[in-house]
Design a protein around this ligand. Structure first.
Ligand SMILES: [Mn+2]
Length: 207
């Protein structure tokens, strides 16, 4: 990831923002999920867990990434939910979304055509992330997110997704959701060995 033009953002009150995003999702029917190009286990695991959650609520939810799913993560995608964005095929669907959630992104430009089309159709945007933010200047200025779930102290984006489920999901996590979130955590923490602060929560995800 490029490190130029990073802007320091003081994250807004994340608890309040989660509550507001939760309300928006309750009212949404069509939801797009995306992550950065050359996606890793954190972005992919977060997407798959969130997709299963939203589909369980009856939402029309798709995962559309600008890059193909790396073969090493195919084992997580048992439902074939991971799709590579094709503008000719998918732009009409994208344009009718109520909201899009981007995971683990850092630099907005790393959404490529997905990001360009989300902006051109003025889709409501949420970002769940633990990375410094960059890549907005070329796209017209300030932060494009209505909901910025940004926590620099989180060891992974998957951990933030897990926090959301802990507070707002009525059912316990399914095995596939736990597997996806655990993959997210492992990806960003060197197999969780360097993760002390979250060890307790790590154990909770394992359960
Ligand atoms: Mn990450």
């Amino acid at each position: 990831m490029t490190s130029v033009n990073q802007i320091h953002i003081e994250p807004p009150d994340i608890a309040v923002t989660w509550k507001n995003l939760h309300l928006a999702l309750q009212n949404a029917e069509r939801v797009l999920l995306s992550t950065h190009e050359n996606p890793d286990g954190d972005g992919i695991g977060s997407q798959l867990a969130f997709c299963e959650h939203l589909k369980g609520l009856g939402k029309d939810c798709r995962i559309l990434n600008c890059s193909e799913l790396p073969s090493v993560y195919e084992f997580l995608d048992s439902h074939d939910w991971m799709e590579t964005y094709d503008r000719d095929r998918d732009e009409a669907w994208l344009s009718s979304c109520d909201i899009a959630i981007v995971f683990d992104l850092g630099d907005f430009r790393r959404l490529r055509t997905v990001g360009e089309d989300l902006l051109s159709h003025e889709i409501l945007l949420a970002s769940i992330d633990h990375h410094p933010q960059s890549g907005f200047e070329e796209l017209g200025g300030g932060l494009p997110y209505t909901y910025l779930l940004l926590d620099y102290s989180a060891p992974s984006t998957g951990t933030l997704v897990w926090e959301y489920f802990s507070n707002y999901r009525k059912e316990t996590l399914s095995l596939s959701m736990a597997e996806a979130l655990y993959t997210a955590l492992i990806t960003d923490t060197g197999k969780a060995l360097i993760c002390r602060v979250y060890s307790y929560k790590n154990e909770r995800i394992l359960k």
